[in-house]
Design a protein. Structure first.
Length: 103
């Protein structure tokens, strides 16, 4: 069981004290720096402040996270892609075969 210590972080000019296991200190500092930068970026874009800025930043980050978690092309799709590519190649070969007769 980890012993928690506290860590002071700064977000959007405000200081917060959070509990943090010592082994997670560096990753929490990196996350806080990332969040602070995103908040500053969204503040510039939207002119939001305070609670609204925090909600907008959280919503943007949640959207990015859920987009990353959505399944992309999986290996299960490979046979279908291969079949479609072979069909296209066959059509191209057929079309090009007729071209040779023109010359």
């Amino acid at each position: 069981m980890s012993v928690h210590s506290t860590l002071d972080i700064k977000l959007n000019g405000r200081e917060f004290r959070v509990a943090c296991p010592p082994e997670e200190r560096e990753s929490l500092l990196a996350a806080a720096a990332f969040l602070d930068a995103r908040m500053a970026e969204i503040a510039r874009q939207t002119k939001s402040t305070g609670e609204r800025l925090a909600v907008m930043t959280a919503l943007n980050l949640a959207h990015e996270l859920t987009s990353l978690k959505q399944p992309q092309t999986s290996l299960d799709d490979v046979p279908d892609f291969r079949r479609r590519i072979l069909a296209m190649e066959a059509r191209l070969d057929e079309a090009l075969a007729h071209q040779e007769d023109l010359f």
